[in-house]
Ligand binder design. Structure first.
Ligand code: ADP
Length: 478
């Protein structure tokens, strides 16, 4: 199966390479076969025409010779003499009377096998125009006609030339020519295949270079292929122009998101401040006003969080997201986050760790933000009566932080995409107020701190988000 798959991958029937090879091989096959066929036909014609001319001459001359001899001798003797003179090793002559009796014949028939001789002599009619015939694997050019002397019809003259040897040689030559043509076609196709493979190399190179370009190096990306044909150079040039346009518009978009987030966050923070202060003095508010103000405050907080996430991502893209990395005790960091999350979510969140100091060089607040995001998701996407467990462990030189829930789980086909920006598994299910940025922030922050994040999830059973970070030893003074 693997071999068959490999074969089809290599011989992609839609590939330009295969189409060019097949096209050129087909054209050369048709061209060479046509040429070989035409040469064969022409040579056959030349060969047979020369023999036809020979026997035509004999058929023309014999009556004249008989006429000449008849002036000195009897018709029968003249006929025999003329036939003797005109026949040779390959040319056979005979004359038949009207009652199909042979009245004269050349004396070279013993060179032919008796069956062929009998078959030839049994012929009653022959065309006046020489033509090719075959008797028992032997090839002959035959012609015939009435033989008259002094206006008196003596009988029918038959002239036959044996061309078997020439014909067999000719057929052997045709066979060799066909075999040679097949070899030439195979060799030409092979050379063409190598040439096409070589010619398409720059295109393959170009496609390989384009696949490795990522968003982060779009601005610096420049395709350059040495010794490429002009057409591929032009294509590379067009690609480069397109890449720079893409980089430009990507940059503008990032700038726009960053500016908008920044400009909106400040006034919204002020609005939220006012809402909070009104809500704190809630004595003179009726229940409808209180509900309206609480909703407004919650939505404002959510929008501020979203803007902060967008700003963080835009800064990370521009390389302006600064980290104050220091070696921290992760037991302390995570137990603090777990306690806080437990209080706000009113859920049971267990913290499991080993009896050992676990430290890593990280930005304290950023890692807190990451763990909060993951716990927040675990809370959002699991039933309220299920447990959430946060585990902290050490594996070789890696610190492993896991956030496990017994929630709805994530379908396999979505697991590789949930870290993309604005990607949400199922909009209908995720009516929890998020906007699909939480996990992309987690990924960006963790990768910027030199770590990795991954997910393992089973539908209906829950999810485990795992963060791994390089471990460090805690300095003595902490
Ligand atoms: P959101 O704001 O939608 O929570 P995230 O980036 O945090 O955005 O998550 C992206 C998507 O991944 C979510 O919409 C949700 O469908 C899925 N997801 C994240 N965490 C979990 C989890 N613990 N259990 C099930 N699904 C999850």
């Amino acid at each position: 199966m693997k071999i068959i798959n490999g074969f089809w991958q290599k011989f992609d029937i839609f590939s330009l390479r295969l189409r060019l090879i097949l096209g050129i091989a087909l054209v050369s096959t048709v061209g060479l076969s046509g040429l070989a066929g035409w040469t064969t036909w022409k040579m056959q014609k030349i060969l047979i025409n020369s023999h036809k001319a020979d026997i035509s001459k004999i058929a023309d001359r014999l009556p004249r010779d008989v006429q000449l001899y008849h002036e000195m001798m009897s018709v029968e003797i003249s006929l025999q003499k003329a036939i003797k003179n005109l026949s040779n090793q390959d040319t056979f002559l005979w004359v038949k009377s009207s009652d199909q009796k042979i009245i004269a014949k050349s004396n070279n028939w013993n060179t032919l096998s008796p069956t062929i001789a009998i078959e030839l002599m049994s012929l009653t009619e022959m065309s006046t125009q020489p033509e090719l015939g075959q008797v028992n694997q032997h090839y002959f050019v035959l012609c015939g006609g009435n033989l008259s002397v002094d206006g008196q019809v003596l009988g029918k003259l038959f002239v036959v030339k044996d061309i078997t040897n020439e014909q067999l040689m000719f057929m052997a030559m045709v066979r060799s020519l066909s075999i040679a043509s097949i070899f030439v076609i195979i060799i030409i196709s092979g050379i063409i295949a190598i040439y096409i493979q070589h010619s398409l190399q720059p295109l393959r190179h170009l496609s390989q270079m384009t696949t490795v370009i990522s968003l982060s190096d779009l601005g610096q990306a420049e395709l350059n292929i040495k010794n490429a044909p002009t057409e591929v150079k032009e294509l590379t040039h067009t690609f480069n122009k397109m890449l720079s346009r893409l980089a430009q518009s990507w940059e503008q978009e990032r700038q726009f998101v960053s500016n908008v987030s920044h400009e909106l966050r400040t006034p919204l923070t002020i609005v939220n401040g006012y809402l909070q202060s009104v809500l704190r003095r809630q004595n003179n508010l009726n229940s409808t006003q209180l509900e309206a103000l609480t909703t407004a405050s919650l939505e404002t907080e959510r929008t501020i969080r979203l803007l902060q996430d967008l700003l963080d991502l835009a800064r990370a893209d521009n390389g302006y997201l600064h980290f104050q990395k220091q070696i921290c005790d992760l037991n302390e960091l995570i137990s603090e986050v777990v306690k806080m999350a437990e209080k706000y979510s009113q859920r049971v969140i267990k913290f499991e760790t080993i009896n050992q100091v676990i430290a890593a060089k990280i930005d304290y607040n950023r890692l807190k933000q990451v763990v909060i995001n993951l716990i927040d998701n675990a809370v959002k996407y699991s039933p309220s009566d299920t447990e959430i467990i946060v585990k902290l462990n050490l594996e070789d030189t890696e610190v492993i932080i896991q956030v496990c829930d017994q929630g709805y789980g994530i379908p396999l086909q979505h697991q590789s995409r949930i870290f993309e920006r604005f990607y949400r598994v199922d909009e209908a299910r995720t009516t929890t107020g998020g906007c699909g940025l939480g996990l992309s922030i987690v990924k960006t922050l963790i990768e910027s701190m030199g770590g990795k994040v991954s997910v393992r999830s089973h539908l209906g059973a829950g999810s485990i988000f795992t963060i791994s970070l390089p471990a460090s030893a805690l300095p003595d003074h902490i």
